[in-house]
Design a protein around this ligand. Structure first.
Ligand SMILES: Cc1ncc(COP(=O)(O)O)c(C=O)c1O
Length: 382
């Protein structure tokens, strides 16, 4: 009798206490626990250095308590009239939607490219009139990077403001345009981890300064502003990253390159094993293999096949997830007004898209077990 296998969908890799120790010692010494402390500043400058190496513009980094809050504050920093229409792709995590609503705007759910699964400038161009959009919250879906230069050109030519949600794209998404805020997550499930946390990268210092101010309730701390220090100039939030989270983030950054290489190697092997086992019958998101993948999603060909796969995996204790489903327009009506444009391609993708287990801890035997099951499913035509 074969033993039941158990393979979790995700298994976070977070720095252990040995790696955290020196950073925690520094917090003890300084007795500075939040409010733009030294570890937060160090994390921001080390991140800025990384992004700077891939850009000809000077880039700033501002941390936030999560990517969700980073998105919300980046949208607020655009200072659009309340109730503005904001384009969002149908296939993304719900935080993309909630950020728009909490920033006081109306999400306009739109379609994605059938191959890259991304909202592209061409798709956005086609819905400018119909959507009456003032901005777009564009997503680096499943970590697949967006073209910041193309979006910057779109922004300049249309006047529609762009924010990029690159929550899971650290290491693959660079910021080559100077005028677009790009938001990353440091949630425990990502490759760069703070436990909870996020950051915004942007070439416009005024935008990052405003996001920092909004993350501290909106209090003006700038003696050169036309406003007394301590006065509110905006109704912000408390979205500051604590020193403890920055400690985890710094320790995670120390080992990130080695971890990214491991993630990439495992992903490439996993993909090859699945393709070999299934005779190339599964469909992948187009684009390069990511610098540090943290999920693995495939299309299996039909909703019946997906259900069959889910059933077998559940029986064997193998985690699966219909990532980013329901699609954004399929959530409860009471969350607020959501405008739904044509989403034919996203709807099709959502019929058979499924996330399989992926982590740095997955073994070659487990990958083979999963590939054998996926093959059984995709080659079954009944
Ligand atoms: C596309 C996208 N946006 C936003 C978020 C939210 O990030 P956080 O958990 O840091 O708020 C996620 C989280 O996975 C995500 O995948």
């Amino acid at each position: 009798m074969s033993l039941p296998i158990s393979i979790p969908l995700l298994l976070p890799q977070v720095p252990d206490r040995e790696a955290l120790w020196p950073y925690l010692g520094r917090i003890d010494e300084k007795r500075h626990y939040s409010n733009f402390g030294p570890l937060v500043k160090e994390l921001e400058s080390r991140l800025a250095e990384r992004f700077q190496a891939h850009s000809s513009h000077t880039l700033q980094v501002v941390t936030t308590s999560s990517a969700t809050l980073g998105l919300e504050l980046a949208l607020s920093s655009l200072d659009l009239p309340k109730g503005s229409h904001i384009l969002v792709p149908a296939l993304t995590f719900v935080a993309t939607l909630t950020a728009v609503i909490h920033a006081g705007h109306i999400p306009v759910v739109t379609d994605i490219d059938p191959a890259s699964w991304l909202l592209t400038p061409d798709i956005a161009k086609n819905v400018i009139k119909e959507s009456n959009a003032k901005a777009a919250l564009v997503v680096a879906t499943f970590g697949q990077p967006q073209d910041t230069v193309a979006w910057s050109e779109f922004q300049k030519s249309t006047g529609i403001r762009i924010v990029i949600d690159a929550a899971g794209a650290f290491g693959s998404q660079w910021v080559t345009a100077s005028d677009i805020p790009v938001v990353f997550s440091m949630h425990a499930t990502k490759s760069l981890v703070a436990g909870e946390g996020g950051f915004v990268v942007c070439g416009d210092g005024k935008t990052t300064a405003l996001i920092a101010q909004l993350s501290n309730f909106g209090i003006n701390l700038n003696p050169d502003a036309n406003l007394p220090v301590g006065q509110l100039s905006y109704a912000g939030s408390n979205a500051k990253l604590s020193e403890f989270h920055a400690a985890v983030g710094l320790a995670s950054l120390d080992s990130w390159d080695a971890q990214a290489e491991k993630r990439q190697t495992i992903y490439a092997h996993y993909r090859q094993t699945l393709d070999d086992a299934c005779n190339n019958a599964i469909t992948w998101q187009s684009g390069d293999i990511l610098a540090a993948p943290n999920t693995l999603s495939i299309r299996v060909g039909s909703s019946a096949k997906r259900e069959y796969l889910e059933r077998i995996c559940a029986e064997k204790g193998i985690g699966t997830r219909r990532w980013y489903q329901p699609l954004l327009h399929q959530h409860a009506k009471k969350i607020g007004p959501v405008i739904h444009l044509d989403t034919t391609e996203a709807d099709k993708i959502a019929t058979d898209l499924i996330g399989l287990p992926f982590s740095v801890f997955i073994t070659t035997e487990q990958i083979q077990q999963i590939a054998d099951i996926v093959n059984k499913v995709v080659s079954n035509n009944h």
